[in-house]
Design a protein around this ligand. Sequence first.
Ligand code: DGJ
Length: 749
Amino acid sequence: MPKVILSAGIGLALAFRAFGAEVVSLDTERTSLVFETGDSPEGTRLYLRHYGARVTDKSSVCRTAWRSESSSEVGYETPTAYTAFGDATGARNTFNGYNPYGGLAVIHADGCLTSDLVVERLERTDETLAIHWKDAFYPFRATQFFRARKDADVIETHVVLENGEASAVRLPRMASLTLAFPLVADRFSVQTTPGQWTCENQLAESELARGQTVSIGSRSGVRGAWGSNPSFMVSIGGTADETSGNVIGVALCWSGVWEASVRRSHTDFLEIDAGACNCAGPYVLGPGQRLELPTVALTYSAAGKGRVSRNMHRWARRHRMPHGTQLRDVVLNSFYATGFGFDETSLLRLMDGAKELGVETFVLDDGWFGNGRYARDDDRRGLGDWTVNGAKLPRGLDFMCGEAKRRGMKFGLWVEPEMANTNSEFYARHPDWVLRERNRRLRVGRGDSQVVVDLANPAARNEVWRQIDAAYASVPDLAYVKWDANADFMNPGSPYLAADRQSNVFFDYAAGYLDLMRRQRKSRPDLTVQACASGGGHTDYASLGFCDEFWASDTIDPRERVMIQWGASQFYPAGAMACHIAVDPFRKVPFKYRADVACSGRLGVEMKPTDLSEADRKFLVSVIADYKRIRPVVQQGDLHRLVSPCDHDHAALMYVAEDRRRAVVFVYGLSRQQRRDFPPPLILRGLDADARYVVRELNMPVKATSHARLADGKTPVSGEALMTSGLPFVLGTADYDSAVFELMAESVR
Ligand code: DGJ
């Protein structure tokens, strides 16, 4: 019998006792992940016995964990910790005992369709676990890595595949996470955040009945958060709410094509799979090649969905995002102010206005590049030619940066490196460096000329980076980049990849995109980078591994934004959520409401300050000044969602500083009805019951009356009262009334 080797740290390898019931686990502050080894004719298996609340006596948990004694699931008994199609698992494998599902599927070089993974070795430290799987017959390996981020109650996991066979294997499925565990309840539901252009991250929840599977994914190829955001929650034992219920949260860190599913077998277990996928055809992995599959972040909460969000936010800030614990500037982005039609003079005027408002970073959006017949004067041309447009900006980008600096602001630039126009020097020189199919008409996107650069091709990638790097280098003090991407694959073929590797384009493109992101971050570690893709298309934790924020949506209508930001907040922290105040012709909404909605994320402005009335301009100056004071709480605090816009005619949320001395509460009226003009008091959360807080209303236009009598800025009330009888408030009878309250514990004042 082979032995499982349990290594504790590098170099310290100790042979554990013969397998049969080895218990291997990882803990965070509040959660445990517990595996147990088991014997089989092919070798050692490893089973997931528990993922949930932290447990101390792991052996007992393994003994009590439910396991199939009389499975009726197509002959399949107990799924292993990394499930593969064909695994012969469990003692009853004489009875049709193979896994007909599995997150991994390998077609071996000789055509064999099944895998049968056994554990060769385990490596363990206090915070990490590596499970070395090998096929019982073929030299094909999968190493599954886990890392516990204890302070955030998050476990990261990813898998590396290695093809040791003599020729290529094909991978129809290649999940990074296959969390299959025995049922511990009889009701389950899945919350997802589907979305598209201008309606990202809308909440959706479905119950999962016996024998059902909920599947989500994105097929865009570029905007991997469209279709559905690559994150979801699974409620175990009835649908959880914000404060109660057992919930697993899963965030797949991938920007390309992906799929995830939650499958409840008829009798035995629940399997959560998530990973990259290939739309059409398997991924082909050559002999001797390795494939690193994307990371998945996993969390568990016994206190509802709110804690899942807070765990993910903390993880993102402390462990995932490059500068996650730093405060973000107030930005003015030029797009809605100028479109493509600007010159030096109009930009300088915009800068003057931005400075007067108190803006800290000025970002020049689309339109600054391309020359001659490829000048980017509209969206039909220029993408791919990343040199400054001499007609619009004769003194160059560095001059503009200097002008921003002279006004006390930093300078940022928009780029769209993943794209080209067929009207560009880039395309004229390299028509084969864009995604296309040999025998089909080239489909084009935005501006009837946009195509996607073939980032699976290293030469194309190098050229894109050479140009982008040179553009950045021409502005030594460049502080900010908005990285955009405005198309889906459209032509799913890579002229670079061989005929028998075409289906690799989905994975290799995304890996190429992340390679560019990595180069950008490595070359300019201090740059603030916004992940944008027609709005929220790059809202994912692969992008946010290299970026500091995401553009939540091209929708700047605040009523829509309440929903979008609510959905995005399920997994993404407020400090990373770019929320700009703009004037939108779509809906007439009070300026205050626009400001209040934007202030609950990373605040920015997207308009010409000169278009504002004097009263609105003064109001905005005070909003920005106050935002700078509350931003440590908003951007770094713990989020508590209080009243959902999905089932009320108003929404409310609050942020509480980690030390609980400060908090900020936001209330947004939606479609108001007369008979519901009297919302109940807001029962606040997360405060220190023993502290006494002074409440003050912010963002008050001149002559406005306060929305809460307690918010006089003077009379302290206890945290206990605010969390039991609540903060009474009123909303006006008109639609779109809103309020912002700042709370400070007495000692802070
Ligand atoms: C789409 C983005 O989401 C917008 O903010 C803007 O940058 C445009 N692209 C520019 O073309």
